[in-house]
Design a protein around this ligand. Structure first.
Ligand SMILES: [Zn+2]
Length: 418
């Protein structure tokens, strides 16, 4: 049995792991390596196409996928999902949710003329949905985990001579009851230890100290108590963060306004998960979008007139766009005492779409304070030992980290303790 790692070693993102076991070949993730993308491209230097991206090593080589029976995508972040239109036709693509893929990545990026148009799968591709908890025909069991992207999976492969755990990206402590803590899920499957754990380690020596889920809830509650309009930018795929913010805003008697097109997919999920909150959730009229069950509301005429009654879930650029229009019209709204919380968590894993310095200048010009909250989509360093105790691996392969040797040292130390 062979484990080949094509991306994700000593770098954050770009995961691609191939397992060859007799005549079985399966692949976990097909990530874009943003560290390479940033080195070769920027400004007007854009990728010429797939073969160039492969040639510079920004996406996995053809040999990684060739002849595989299945490609398992752990979650829909681009550093794991990658360019699905490049997948050889014999490979079955297993995604966490076909419906969510269609409503998010596929519809955001299916625009010609840009390399990101390679993200959605080809029309003829075999795309299937991962089913959790049951071992499938490739001996893979998917385990639902918490991450800043919903749904997200870790995978367990029961090989001929070893069991392999691949973490994908995960939070150890979930934000909501949508997901369970890793140790509970592992106990439920009934396995007692694995041979090899391929483990992410994003947060070791992270530039910023990430906060815990309870710190996040406390801080958002504080902001809701102390300030007028609260606007929060979250990763648009982070359904758990969205639900947490919704629950807190209802608790504090505020309504939530969806002000970003990329967040519209959550409307159906909220309908299923929080059916009774329908009359407390609005869609910003300025988006020119509607959902059958939700009412629209005007940022200009309603929200900004009673800013203390609302919380706005938005991408910062969208918010700024609305404010800037007001400035041109000479209607300076009173936004002093309002705050914008930036919490799109992992800039290293993606392409920077927003120049933060410029964003802050604009927001300050309206009297808005900017806070950055680092709620990470990944487990915190002190939870590494919990994960090791849960999985009891004989060996680990650190991935998605710049601190691989530290992880190995910590792992050795945890074994001595036993
Ligand atoms: Zn991720």
């Amino acid at each position: 049995m062979k484990i080949k790692v094509y991306g994700g070693v000593d770098e954050i993102g770009g995961n691609c792991i191939v397992i060859e076991d007799g005549d079985i070949k399966i692949v976990f993730d097909n990530g874009i390596r943003f560290s390479i993308l940033r080195r070769f491209y920027g400004g007007r230097i854009e990728p010429l196409g797939l073969s160039e991206l492969r040639a510079v090593g920004a996406v996995p080589p053809f040999e990684a996928l060739h002849g595989a029976s299945a490609l398992y995508i752990s979650h829909l972040h681009l550093d794991h999902t990658g360019l699905l239109s490049s997948i050889p036709p014999e490979v079955s693509i297993r995604v966490p949710s076909k419906r969510i893929l269609e409503k998010t990545l596929a519809s955001w990026y299916r625009r010609p003329g840009n390399w990101l148009a390679y993200v959605p799968p080809d029309y003829a591709a075999k795309v299937e949905e991962i089913e959790s908890k049951e071992e499938d025909e490739n001996k893979v069991t998917a385990i639902l985990v918490s991450h800043s992207c919903f749904p997200a999976y870790s995978f367990l492969y029961a090989g001929s001579d070893a069991t392999i755990f691949y973490s994908g990206d995960l939070r150890f402590e979930p934000l909501t009851t949508l997901c369970r803590q890793l140790d509970e899920s592992i106990a439920e499957i009934g396995i007692d230890g694995v041979d090899v754990a391929l483990l992410e380690g994003t947060n070791f020596n992270a530039e910023y100290t990430p906060i815990t889920a309870s710190m996040f809830r406390d801080y958002i509650s504080l902001l809701l108590r102390e300030y007028e309009l609260l606007s929060i930018s979250i990763d648009p795929l982070d359904l758990e963060a969205f639900l947490t913010i919704l629950d807190l805003s209802l608790l504090m008697g505020r309504s939530l306004v969806i002000g970003s097109e990329r967040l519209l997919w959550v409307v159906d999920e909220v309908e299923k998960l929080r059916p009774r909150t329908r009359d407390k959730v609005y869609i910003s009229e300025e988006l020119k979008a509607s959902a059958p069950l939700l009412r629209n509301i005007s940022l200009l005429n309603d929200v900004l007139k009673n800013p203390g009654d609302y919380i706005l879930a938005i991408e910062p650029i969208g918010l700024l766009h609305t404010f800037r229009k007001l400035k041109i019209w000479g209607e300076s709204p009173s936004l002093t005492d309002s705050v914008v919380v930036l919490m799109d968590p992992e800039p290293k894993e993606s392409i920077k779409e927003v120049e933060e310095g410029a964003l802050r200048t604009w927001l300050r010009s309206f009297g808005i304070q900017v806070f950055r909250l680092r709620l990470s989509g990944h487990y915190l360093p002190h939870q590494f030992n919990n994960i090791i105790e849960t999985l009891k691996p004989k060996d680990i392969i650190p991935l998605h980290t710049e601190e691989a040797s530290l992880m190995i040292k910590l792992f050795r130390k945890s074994q001595v303790r036993e």
